[in-house]
Design a protein around this ligand. Sequence first.
Ligand code: ADP
Ligand code: ASP
Ligand code: MG
Length: 815
Amino acid sequence: MRVLKFGGTSVANADNIKLVLAIIAQKAEKEPLAVVVSALSKVTDLLQLAASKAAQNDESFRDIVLEIEKKHLDTLKQLIPVSEQSALLSHIKRIINHLETLLDGCFLLGELSPRTSDTILSFGELLSSFIIAEALKQKLKNTNYKDSRELIKTNAVFGKATVNFELSNALIQNYFENNDAQVVLLPGFIAATEDGITTTLGRGGSDYTAAIFAGALSVDELEIWTDVNGMYTANPKLVKQAQPIATISYQEAMELSHFGAKVLYPPTIQPVLQKNIPIWIKNTFEPQAEGTLISNSVAANGTPVKGISHIDNITLITLEGSGMIGVAGSSKRLFEVLSNEKINVIFITQASSEHSICIGIQNSDAETAEIAINKAFEIEIAQNKVEPCIVEKNLCIIALVGENMKNHQGLSGRMFSTLGKNNVNIRAIAQGASERNISVVINERDVKKALNTLHENFFEENTKQLNLFVMGVGNVGEKFMEQIHQQKKFLKENLKINLRVVAVSNSKKMYFDEEGMSLKDWPSLLVNGEVSNAEAFVSRVKELNLRNSIFVDITANEKVAQLYEHFLKQNVAVVTCNKIACSSAYANYQNLKNLSRKYNAPFLFETNVGAGLPIIDTVKNLIASGDKVHKIQAVLSGSLNFIFNNFNENNPFDEVVKEAGIQGFTEPDPKIDLSGVDVARKILILIRESGYQMEIEDIENLSFLPEECMNTTNNDDFFKSLVTHASHFQQLLKEANEKEARLKFVAQFENGKANVGLQCIAKDHPFYNLEGKDNIVLFYTDRYVDQPLLIKGAGAGAAVTASGIFADVIRIGNV
Ligand code: ADP
Ligand code: ASP
Ligand code: MG
């Protein structure tokens, strides 16, 4: 024999019930079955709502009754042939009338006792089991219906009654011994006292009903049919990557369900555990899926962590004070108070000094607990020996569960550091003596992030999901998106990095997709996105609170640079090719670096100097390994290099500048490049990264632009002035040619001083042969004395800049 239980979603409507009937019919061919069913999905919630409305004199409970009635009548009509409906529909209407009478009573009295509440809630299972039994009889004549209240007897603690197993087991065995039906259909969740008053087994209690029958009848197996493919490594509704667990021990399953894995009602294990009856969790909507087997055997070499679960709506109450130390029985008193108030304690930690004790309870119990505890310790509080208890609401418990955790060191460290890296603040920690469970209390707003990041760390071979928020999708930005699109598969397969772009924005529009947008269709999604707004963008990133969030700035905008601070404080990493922040006031640059350290949020800007060339990373490594930079000489402007490499007698200066712009080698405002400001910013950043404190004003700018060109206020005027001063530029060229030298715009730093300016570079200098838009940097350090460390290569262009940004993102992925 075997017991099957079908949950609320499995019996939500006629279509689903048909699937259930098919499963029952198939199984009944092989052996007799006891089938337990829940109420139709959401019906118990509706009953509870109707009851509380009625008790508050709110007439709208009648609408809810109508809704419940319609739901059941509709379901029945779709399952039973018309010719046989009438008597059954009348029966349902009678049940509904009875329900309405009870609710009327609550309405008139303005009251809802726990006893009445249980009777009202029982209607969900009474209705569902009646309909399903009738529908099943259409298929299997040899079906019996039995009201579980006649078989499961409990005490009179309404709401969550305790089962009298001795009596119930005897009644159940007796009934089944004298029954030869192929299938007995029974309502879950409901029971009765010995006097026959209806009780319930607690919300979600149909699983328990099924286990009680399974235990009493010593069946071969218990099957819990629900709406997911088994017990998962984490709640699949919150963690997309969660996987069904193939096999799990009773203890592990119990621990996971106690800590919130709703798929199994926690007391369910107990009646089957003693008899060693295996439980299968199966999916009604995918019956061929393997499901989860809960049994006595534990895989000896299984993964240390079996699953991660969580409980929301937790309040932490801390009681502390010198009066707690060494005073025998402080905790005993505390727990007594809570027990008297029937408050369930979910979580306990106590400092070894006994100076404080901290408990986790449900939010709904918080006020009662606070009042009761302060009252119980009022003398100590008056004497200042104990503080009034501290109450923190809206928290959540997250638990790692696994039988094999005790054989592995460092799991708790790994748990804490994974959460810490994502800026999830841990409020309290507890580890059971069985070492089957490590639980932490965190803020409710961090739950999804915490579950996902822990899941990633413990179950996904260290796959790391990176969530990108991209601002600026011009030349470079487009290339960046293209490169990600191209590399996504490779990164996932080879580096275990799962790159997702959650937001893109330009100056006009922004578009968010929490699940990561299509990397092909993003341009059209953006065009149809919302109007862009920096503040809204920042708060969306904060609200989404995704793990490993990275803000990618691909603009040259000062306002965007001002956002970094907000992101870093939210533990959102910043990757930027925008030089403004790092070349702004030293205090600001330093502040961003400090925030990055403090909030564990990387701040990377490799592309600020030399586009994709690994210049900043190299300086960082030199400094970190104890080297000291004394002198830097560099050609850092790909655009100026391109311009002076192409400028000659036949190619006028203004035309070359225009061409550089078209090819994307200059800033949108070319004057920033030609005036030397851009190069000054770059050398400043290198100087700062080398460990020196300097401001942009400290860098001498030996500009080669005539005053008039410098004073123009728009691009048109600027180009006109370049034409006007064509002879000035020709003169510069002539002087260089006469010396057999080439013009290069050089930045240098030595002895604490820095300057940028146009220089005639002689043939034997490493800068002489610098081609196209290349950059070159020479670092003279303690270790590189005679021969400088030289980095050379393409230093401008959309593709190389995009790949530099990409490299920074990957650096974060590899941390
Ligand atoms: P039923 O109505 O069939 O009793 P429940 O809603 O009580 O179903 O339980 C199934 C639900 O439990 C799933 O849909 C899922 O949202 C939730 N759940 C939470 N944690 C887990 C987990 N670790 N594995 C599977 N499901 C889980
Ligand atoms: N119908 C009850 C509830 O919703 C019992 C169950 O579904 O297991 O709590
Ligand atoms: Mg359930």
